[in-house]
Write a protein that binds this ligand. Sequence first.
Ligand code: LR7
Ligand code: MN
Length: 588
Amino acid sequence: MLPRYRRSFYPRLALIAIVLVCILIFTKTINKSTDPPSESEGLSLSNAVVDVSLRKKWSPLERMVLADLAKQRPGLGDDGKSVILEGEEKVRGEAKLQTIALNEELSEHLSYNRTTPDARNPLCRTITFDRASLPTASVVIIFYNEPYSVLVRTVHSVLNTADRQVLKEIILVDDGSSNVELHEKLDYYLATRLPQDAVKTVRLKNRLGLIRARLAGARIARGEVLVFLDAHCECVVDWLEPLLARIQESRTSVLVPIIDVIDAKDFQYSANGYQHFQVGGFSWNGHFDWIDVPKRERERQRQDCKVPTEICPTYSPTMAGGLFAISRDYFWEIGSYDEQMDGWGGENLEMSFRIWQCGGTIETIPCSRVGHIFRDFHPYSFPDDRDTHGINTVRMALVWMDDYIELFYMNRPDLKNNVDVGDVTHRRILRNKLKCKNFDWYLKNIYPEKFIPTKDMIGYGRFVSLASDLCFDDLQQNNEEPYNLGLYTCQKSDVTKSQFFSLTRDGVLRNELSCATVQRSSSTPFLVVMAPCQANNKHNEKWEYFRGQLRHIDTGLCIEQKGLRSHDFVVVDVCEDDTLSQKWRIEH
Ligand code: LR7
Ligand code: MN
C-alpha cells in the first residue's frame, strides 16, 4: 500500500497537468486572433509571404488564411477612414472596381476588425439596455459571389458590435456561389478563427435568388428576432440592441437601422451627420427611393414619442430591403416572402406594402446605424438574363396595388401582358386571410405625400401642341436635378412615360419627381425648368390652363412652341390670343 501522501499526490499531479493543458489551449486561441501581427513583429507584406510558404507543415487552407491575414495592415481604414492605394495595388484596385464595382484589393488590406465611427446622435449614448431581458437575435447574411474579405469583415463587424448575450447566432446563407474562396476556405476560416457556434452556414446547391436565400436562413434561425444584412456591411457600436428593444415593445414593428454609405472605392464610412437621415419611399416604376422625413411624421412623433423626436422610431413608408429586423414569429405570421420571386428585386416593396396594409409598421430606428457598401452595378448576372426586378414587381403589384398597378404599367409598358410572372393566387389568399387594407388606404394614410399622377388633376397624359406633332417630353432627363422641359414628336400613349405630365387642381404642372418653373433671363423667351417640387413656396410653380393656353402665373407668360422642333426646350413668351403655337391639348 502506498503511503498516504503519495495517494493524494497523483490527483494533484493530474490537476496541475490539466491546468497546464488549459493554459496551452488558451494561449493558442489567443494567438488565433485575426489581427495580423504588427510590423515590428516582422510580418511586413514582403517577408510575411516568405514566412508563410516556408512552413510546409501547414495545410493549404491554413496557408491561404495566413497569407490573407499577412496582407492586412493594422490600423488601416480604422474609424471608417478612406484609404487610397498606391502603385500596383492602386491599379489592381481600379481594375476590380471596373469588374465587380468594389475595390476588393483595398478590402484585402483593411483589417477584418477595422472600426467604424460612432455616427449616432449623442442622445443615443444616454440610453441603457437590460440585455438579459431583451429578445435574442439571429443575424442572417445572404451572399452570392461576394468578395471573401468583405463578407468576412461583415461577420467580424457583427461579432465586434453585438453583445453575445443578445446575439444568438449568425447564419450565413451561400446562394450557390461559384467563387471557390467562399467554399472550403471560408468554412475553414469560420471554424478556426471565430468563436465556436457563433456562425452557422447554409449552402444552397443552386442559386435560388436572394429572396429564397433569406427564407432558407430564416427557417433554421433560433433567435426570437430575425435580423437580415447584406454581405457587405459594417455595424456601428450598439446597433443591435435598439432594434431588439423596439421589437420587445412593439411586436409588429419591422425595423431598419439608418443605413450609412461605405464607399466602394475607398471604403470611407460616411456618417453624414446624425441630424439628417431619410426614410423609404418608392417611385411608380417600382423602385425603392429615399425621401426626407415628412413634416407630418415629425408632428406624430412629437405627440407619440417618449424620447426626443430625433431618436424616436420614425415611420417609413417603405424599406430598402437588405437590412432589417423583424420578430421571427411575426415574420412567418405576416407571410415571410413571396417564395416565387426569383433573383433580385421587388421583395422590398412587396414586404413594405404588405406590412403596412396588414397592420404592422415599418420604422427607422435612429440609434441603430449600419454601413452598407453601395455598388454602381450588380457584379453578378441574372439567371437567363431575366429582369427579375420587373417580374417580381409585377407579382407584387398584382397582389398589393389594386388599380394603381396601372401607374406601374405606365412606367413599364413592356411588362404589361407580355411576361409570364407565374401565379399569385396564394398571395392573394394571404391578403384576404390577414384582412389587409387596400392600396388606396396605404397611400392616404401611410404615404400621403406620394404624388399620384392621375388623381385630382385638371388634366394628365400627353400635352400635345395644336400647331404641330410635338409633345412635352422630359427628354430622358427624369431625375431630381433641375433640367429643361423639352419637346419631342408625340409618341403612342402606351409608351409615353417621358411624355406623361399632370396639371394639378392647384395649378402645378409636373411629373413624378419635378415641377415646371420658369427661369428668368435678360429677355423673353424664358426657359421652362423642371425642378424639385417645393412644399411651401409654390409661387413660381403655378400655372393656369385657359382656352388651351398654359400661362405661368408668376410671369404672366404662356408656353409657346413657335419655331421649335423635336428635341428643343420648351419656353414661355408673351401671351397672344388665338396663336395656335400657344395652344395645348391635354390628353386626359
Ligand atoms: O442572386 C442573388 N443572391 C444573393 O444571395 C443576388 C444577390 N444575393 C445577395 C448579395 O450577395 C447581397 O448580400 O443578396 C444581397 C443583396 O444584393 P445586393 O447587395 O446586390 O443588392 P443591393 O444592395 O443593390 O439591393 C437592395 O435591394 C435588393 C432588392 O432585391 C435587396 O433587398 C438588397 O438587400 C437591398 N440592399 C439594401 O437594402 C441595402 C441598402 C441599400 C439601399 C437602398
Ligand atoms: Mn447590397
